[in-house]
Write a protein that binds this ligand. Sequence first.
Ligand code: MN
Length: 233
Amino acid sequence: MTGVEALIRWRHPTRGLVPPSEFIALAEHTGLIRPLTTYVLRESMRQARRWLDQGFRVPIAVNISARSLLDATFPAEVVALLAEVGLPPELIELEVTESAMLEDPDQALRLLARLDEFGIAIAIDDFGTGYSSLAQLKRLPMRELKIDRSFVAAMLADERDAFIVRSTIKLGHDLGLRVIAEGVEDIETLHHLLTLGCDTAQGFLIQRPVPGEELTHWLQEQADPSASPAAAA
Ligand code: MN
């Protein structure tokens, strides 16, 4: 277990569970994405702090939108939130997509560099689906590269996807980055990724998205398998 990713869900009183695909774009258009990002950051930091108090060091990755990357006040806000919650910066990671950096690459780069100076790790998310150039990529102060799930999910069935995954792992490693494969749902894919030298896997095979409290039980089981009901049975 190397870390978790914060995923937002909206439990609406009458509409039930509203998927993020329905409200994130809307939040971006209306500007509500900034307060929403603040909310997710604070809640994620609080959860990481609770786990730390329970003896678990669990870095949490938070997805950051283009809007935040264009806001010069964003790095200071992240640092203020860390101080408010009392969380070390290495327990929070920010995920940005290639397209989020497209609008104003220079401003995005300045903000990411400042966050990096504060000791906050940056990951490039959904890699391979955006339009960032390698020239742009090499300038980024990132520590992790996340291969988009579409390539990972298809890599056993389609040779070309497997080649893309293999090349991306090589590219990431040559640039000194940790490489994460997203969307790992079966053991065969995991094995293939291992043979390709991928560092980390994320997906339903490892753990489906669950509320923080539920994950605490899983962390306890990982730390002490003999304590789990399954192992006792
Ligand atoms: Mn992500």
